[in-house]
Design a protein around this ligand. Structure first.
Ligand code: FPP
Length: 232
């Protein structure tokens, strides 16, 4: 069942830089890992909500190409958390008609995690509601370089259309609304090409505390923006 928020128009594609897990945990007197754990439950809440209100694409920055530089134990924890997440989430995806897709260079992950990701993509491939996209070992510059290499290898002309269709995100529309939590005001190598005309929102809220109510408020504000795409 879809909830009617009486919104004049919904963004088709919402992208979120989920930031502030570590700071949230520190403020609670907890380990950083507890922040990631709570962050994973926010991922579930926001995904279910986006599916209910009729968003088409939700792209979440779950692990960047730079995140490998974190302490080894934190990286290991995040890898295990992802494995656990996919195992428990399959049921949630199917119950909510959510299709799952991954973007990023997956070849750096363990073969076990790569297989879980591929299986989850396959098992949700016939879902027709929200597409939840997790950016995993994702960096926008890395993605653009890989796309241009593909064109080069296939002797294709380098133009906007061909770059678009060679990006990991070729199956979806451009970002309409880009949100970053935790008070940082930068886009950190996330969907640079796809956010060319995105409306941006930065909130002080740490990701583990980001709520569906706050998302609804942001969507209402998004509706007040005058999007001109370079025109008048
Ligand atoms: C930023 O918090 C968050 C990340 C490293 C990536 C997002 C990860 C999650 C939400 C948890 C796992 C996700 C899934 C899909 C299971 P930070 O550690 O940079 O926080 P800080 O800036 O306060 O240190």
């Amino acid at each position: 069942m879809k909830i009617n928020l009486s919104l004049p128009a919904l963004p088709k594609h919402i992208a979120i830089i989920m930031d502030g897990n570590g700071r949230w945990a520190k403020e609670q007197g907890l380990n950083r890992t507890a922040g990631h754990e709570k962050g994973a439950s926010t991922v579930r809440d926001i995904t279910i909500h986006c599916s209910k209100i009729g968003i088409e694409y939700l792209t979440l920055y779950a692990f960047s190409t730079e995140n490998w530089n974190r302490p080894r134990l934190e990286v290991e924890f995040l890898m295990k958390l992802l494995e656990r997440y996919f195992k428990s989430e399959l049921k949630i995806y199917l119950e909510n008609n959510v299709k799952f897709k991954a973007i990023g260079n997956l070849s750096k992950f363990s073969s076990k995690l790569q297989k879980i990701i591929k299986d989850t993509e396959e098992k949700t491939s016939s879902c027709t509601g929200l597409t939840q996209v997790l950016a995993l070992n994702y960096g926008s510059r890395d993605e653009i370089v890989r796309a241009v290499r593909k064109l080069n290898d296939n002797n294709l002309e380098v133009n906007e259309e061909n770059i678009n269709s060679s990006l990991d995100t070729s199956f979806m529309s451009d970002v309409d609304l880009l949100i970053r939590t935790s008070g940082e005001i930068r886009i950190s190598n996330y969907l640079l090409w796809q956010s060319a005309y995105a409306e941006m929102f930065f909130t002080q809220t740490y990701w583990p505390e980001f709520s569906t109510d706050e998302l609804d408020d942001i969507i209402s504000d998004f509706n007040k923006r005058d999007r001109r795409f370079g025109g008048l």
